[in-house]
Design a protein around this ligand. Structure first.
Ligand code: HAM
Length: 427
């Protein structure tokens, strides 16, 4: 039965992975707070035209990958393929973008692209994104890259990622370059791969991304983008490189890096890792100074980037040797008999009140002491509190150490909480 499976490329995230997800998400939220970014929550469904007009009608995302559908009112809607266009729409329409004012925003959530699924590439994936409006100078580009760098530090993956950066100039430089690239490639049209041949008319810049060896050979003698970049953009880029060096951020200038969305100008960048096979880009972004004007007719320079959270989870799980991110319970409460069960419920609540950092599992569904102890050991908890008829009668509890070879302790009902608190401080 088809409906008993998830949709291809849209995966369940199971409890053994949610620890890693929470770790990455909370790291991102903390760093965003730390850098003074404000959270924006935008709808998952938008009118399709906002993406068509911003990402570009001839890009892969719009041509082949959007989940577009008519709603019952015959509007054409889509599941968002990325966050930037919706963020621009929401920020502009709600008055967050005003002339000359700086605005730093962040968002997080699922995105949808109808791509061929493989490791690190899903049809539902998740991004955490940053967008900064109002400032044209390269110090904002630097701030974003410093932000990324801090995320790598906090996630302990600095040595696994590399920054690739480029400038694609203003619209004029791109038009001139495209003209020259097309006239060069037309001479080799028969030798280009199929996709590149199609792109030659519709989106020639994307040919630079071709993985085909023959096409890459042809490209090695193609006109160099650098030669076409306008003077202001070149100076902007030189300043950014100088700032990166001053901030000790290593980078590699890659003049074939153009990115797959049409809205970019000047700075474009990608953080890549070699540890995820073909899907090694874990964060991408750049400037899009013309987009707000293009959609809303008001000038506001902007720059942003988005982290691919699914790829970060894969990367961290790949390098992580201990299982620290999978939460283990601290205490399991075993209770045998009706009176003991009642008593144990109040004990569990008292521990949860007093030691909020602990995970406390209460036995449910009854069972003999043997069965319950088996469950306690299987849960991975460090300690068990055992309450049987004896304990109820003596008004005490038995503390058992499940992961250490230590004598069990009989604790009075007045004292057991402070003893557990003591143990929680040594954890
Ligand atoms: P993007 O390069 O299309 O840029 O996506 C950003 C990141 O999302 C990628 O580097 C990758 O890690 C992740 N990603 C993209 N597609 C998939 C997929 N199918 N499966 C798993 N992960 C994926 C943008 O989306 C721009 N909006 C970034 C931006 C923000 N530029 C300026 N501001």
């Amino acid at each position: 039965m088809k409906t008993a499976r998830p949709v291809r490329g849209m995966n369940d995230i199971l409890p053994d992975k949610t620890g890693t997800w929470s770790f990455i998400e909370s790291t991102f939220c903390n760093v965003a707070e730390n850098y003074g970014y404000e959270e924006l929550r935008i709808p998952i469904v938008e009118y399709s035209d906002i993406f068509e007009r911003s990402i570009g009608i001839e890009t892969d995302i719009i041509e082949k990958e959007m989940y577009t559908f008519p709603d019952r009112g015959d509007d054409t809607l889509c599941l968002r393929p990325e966050g930037t266009a919706g963020c621009v729409r929401a920020a502009f329409q709600n008055g967050l973008i005003t002339k000359g004012m700086l605005k730093r925003l962040w968002y997080m959530g699922p995105m949808f692209r109808y791509e061929r699924p493989q490791m690190g590439r899903q049809r539902q994936f998740h991004q955490a994104g940053l967008e900064v409006f109002g400032i044209e100078t390269p110090d904002v580009d630097l701030e974003l890259l410093l932000f990324c760098n801090r995320i790598w530090k906090e996630l302990n993956i600095t040595s696994l990622v590399k920054l690739k950066i480029n400038t694609i100039g203003d619209v004029g430089s791109r038009t001139n370059y495209v003209r020259s690239l097309v006239s060069y490639l037309e001479k080799y049209i028969e030798d280009l791969d199929n996709d590149s041949r199609k792109r030659l008319k519709k989106n020639p810049l994307r040919i630079l991304d071709s993985k085909d060896q023959k096409t890459q050979e042809i490209l090695s003698s193609a006109p160099d983008f650098k030669q076409f970049v306008d003077k202001e953009s070149r100076e902007h880029f030189e300043k950014l490189c100088e700032l990166l060096e001053f901030s000790n951020i290593e980078y590699e200038v890659n003049s074939t890096l153009v990115r797959g969305l049409d809205y970019y100008n000047r700075t474009v960048f990608e953080w890549v890792t070699q540890h995820l096979g073909a899907q090694g880009t874990i964060c991408g972004g750049g400037r899009y100074d013309g987009l707000v004007y293009q959609i809303f007719g008001k000038h506001s320079p902007a720059v942003g980037c988005a982290f691919g959270l699914d790829r970060l989870v894969l990367l961290i799980d790949e390098i992580q040797t201990d299982k620290l991110l999978t939460r283990q319970p601290d205490l399991y409460i075993v209770a045998v008999g009706e009176a003991a069960e009642k008593f144990s419920v109040s004990c569990a609540e008292k521990v949860r009140n007093k030691i909020q950092s602990w995970q406390v599992l209460q036995n449910v569904g009854g069972g003999s002491i043997r069965t319950q102890m088996k469950r306690a050991n299987k849960s991975g908890a460090k300690y068990a509190i055992i309450i049987g008829e004896d304990e109820v009668e003596k008004e005490c509890v038995t503390l058992k150490f499940l992961t250490e070879d230590l004598e069990q302790e009989l604790l009075s009902k007045e004292y057991f909480l402070s003893r557990l608190e003591e143990l929680s401080k040594t954890d």
